[in-house]
Design a protein around this ligand. Structure first.
Ligand code: ZN
Ligand code: ZN
Length: 278
């Protein structure tokens, strides 16, 4: 009984639809899957429906992009109430920020000689929330870079000539948004940032867990974050951060999983959380 608790779909920057991702999860025998798209919950209902057919439990989740001391920090929220109107408004604000930023990046790329258009990038994003991976795919289409990875490494990663920062909320605000919507806040892939001191700061805010198992974490980091979880009584979660079959190294579906009892723990925490807010 394994669960992959960090998966993206076409609702944000994933390459597969919610139904496709759930089918894939069924085909590799996963018991549960958390749909955790960037700043949107649009992928959750279609995934839940497909999950019913394919006997895969779909956990509603979200991945919020926040900022801490100049670093991008992602915050996962499990079991959020996707119909909560305040959450919907907060997410619309996040998505507008994303759209503005995409426009600024495209302008930079145009100056760098890439014939990338806003229309094409929005077309690639479809109805999902637009982000840099969509720009990267449009850049590959121009033939001036060979892969999405090359587009990131040479042009649109932080510090590269096409990069533009995004207006973000703080991790503590992210925790607040998730808790207000009845969700369980978990710090995503902390090993990809250098912000361990943040963990202690977020505990009084209500941080409930750390994403310990992630393809970007070395075994050493996994041990380190397991210790941190134990020290502070946090849940150790994990997931593949799947974005599609081809576009990232090691992030294949099921690359990182946790036992189903972690899902049960999250459910217990979610019940407590909703008890507080009611
Ligand atoms: Zn992330
Ligand atoms: Zn992610």
């Amino acid at each position: 009984m394994l669960a992959d608790l960090h998966v993206h779909t076409t609702a944000s920057d994933g390459a597969e639809s919610p139904a496709e991702v759930v089918s894939r999860a069924a085909s590799i025998g996963l018991a549960a899957l958390a749909i955790a798209d960037h700043d949107t919950v649009e992928g959750i209902m279609p995934a839940v429906e497909e999950g019913r057919l394919k006997k895969v439990e779909v956990i509603p989740a979200i991945e919020l992009g926040t900022e801490y001391k100049g670093q991008e920090i992602h915050m996962l929220g499990y079991l959020i109430d996707i119909d909560d109107t305040i959450l919907q408004e907060e997410l619309a604000f996040f998505r507008n920020n994303r759209r503005d930023r995409v426009g600024r990046i495209i302008k930079r790329l145009n100056r760098l000689g890439f014939p990338v258009t806003r229309e094409r990038v929005m077309e690639i994003a479809g109805s999902g929330s637009v982000g840099r991976p969509h720009i990267a795919r449009a850049m590959v289409e121009t033939g001036r870079v060979a892969t999405v990875e090359e587009a990131f490494d040479r042009f649109i990663s932080e510090g590269k000539p096409g990069f533009e920062p995004r207006v973000k909320c703080s991790p503590a605000q992210g925790v607040g948004i998730i808790r207000r919507a009845g969700g369980v806040p978990v710090l995503a892939h902390p090993g990809l940032a250098d912000a361990d001191q943040l963990i202690e700061e977020l505990i009084p805010e209500g941080l409930a867990g750390i994403e310990v198992y992630h393809p970007g974490h070395t075994p050493k980091l996994v041990n380190h974050y397991l210790e941190v979880c134990e020290r502070f009584g946090l849940v150790a979660t994990g997931g593949s951060d799947y974005h599609g079959p081809e576009n990232r190294k090691n992030n294949f579906l099921g690359a990182c999983t946790v036992q189903y009892r972690v899902v049960e723990l999250i459910k217990e925490l979610g019940k407590k959380e909703r008890g507080h807010t009611c």
